[in-house]
Design a binder for this molecule. Sequence first.
Ligand SMILES: NC(=O)CC[C@H](N)C(=O)O
Length: 224
Amino acid sequence: MKSAVVQLPGLNRDRDMIAALTKIGGKAPVTVWQTETEIPADVDLIVIPGGFSYGDYLRCGAIAARMPVMQAIKAKAEAGVKVLGVCNGFQILLEAGMLPGALMRNASLKFVCKEIRLEVTNAETDFTRAYEKGQILRCPVAHHDGNFFADAETAARIEGNGQVVFRYAEGTNPNGSLNDIAGVINERGNVLGMMPHPENLIEAAHGGSDGRGLFASALDVIAA
Ligand SMILES: NC(=O)CC[C@H](N)C(=O)O
């Protein structure tokens, strides 16, 4: 399976993401710059990593979402290619209208950088098959705009459809997110956005490997 990592000015988790995809998938992803208008035809997974695209000006992800590469990503998503956005990548997918809801300033109005507990609420997606429903993962977060919100109708719809894939486990919600929502998927099930950083918990040097299952699922390299 071939993956691609999107690069934009201000994103800074691209190298961690490239390392995770390479170590878990066995081959390096291609990189795609923001001005590119085409994604290579053989790419099956596109990842928008975290960081501070365009210095978080206007709103986190708002400028990045309007770059040419996003049209190419939208077209690929419509064709069924998997897309993963982590942290700033999640914000970009929301700003591009590819996922429901919005991310507001953290309830504390502070940047949070710590480890939280993440509950896998839907283990039947292409991104979470390596986990079990209800499994609790360790995972780091690092953001100031991670407070997920959706209007009542949207929230009821995504909850009812099983589109909430990850929740902050009880007592670990770091940002005030509605219903402890940490990650959501689109209705079709091929576009996932999440605030925590699974790429930063994949090996002993990170202090744990709970994030590996997400990449193993998305890259289709789950051990039998
Ligand atoms: N680590 C990240 O991707 C941070 C995202 C964004 N810049 C925020 O602080 O909310």
